[in-house]
Design a protein around this ligand. Sequence first.
Ligand SMILES: [Zn+2]
Length: 162
Amino acid sequence: MKDNKSQDCLFCLIYKQKKDIIYENEYFYAQFDKFPVSPGHLEIISKRHLVSMFDLSIFEWEHLFPTIKDTIKIIKSTDFQDVYAKFLVNPLNQSSQDYCQQSLASLGIGKLPDGYNIGVNEGVAAGRSIDHFHLHIIPRYQGDVENPRGGVRNIIPNKGDY
Ligand SMILES: [Zn+2]
């Protein structure tokens, strides 16, 4: 059955064009986010067009964990000064340019991450902006925010530090 939605899906398009893909295996590919929250922010994206993480097959699901470990290795061995300098040569838009410049100026640049936030915005209510499964890996650096306590609890402001 033909899937109409995949035709104008950004993540399907990126995979078709093989543009800026930094990793792939049988089920997933990965790219560095063009609006990085922190140096090294990347997304793991299913090769198959599906919207929800609950649509992943058991094979995809089992492969997700080793994929996370593989991409963490890539983050640890990548020079993000170089990555964002390249993004800035031909920026996606003004916002992407701002995010890349902020990452270049951040205290995490040139350092190994001290931690990671790893997560999925499952559903529009949870903040999903592209309707194709993707998992964010956001490296964290000691001192990148004043008080990191609570981590993902802070998705609802002031609910992190309990
Ligand atoms: Zn898609």
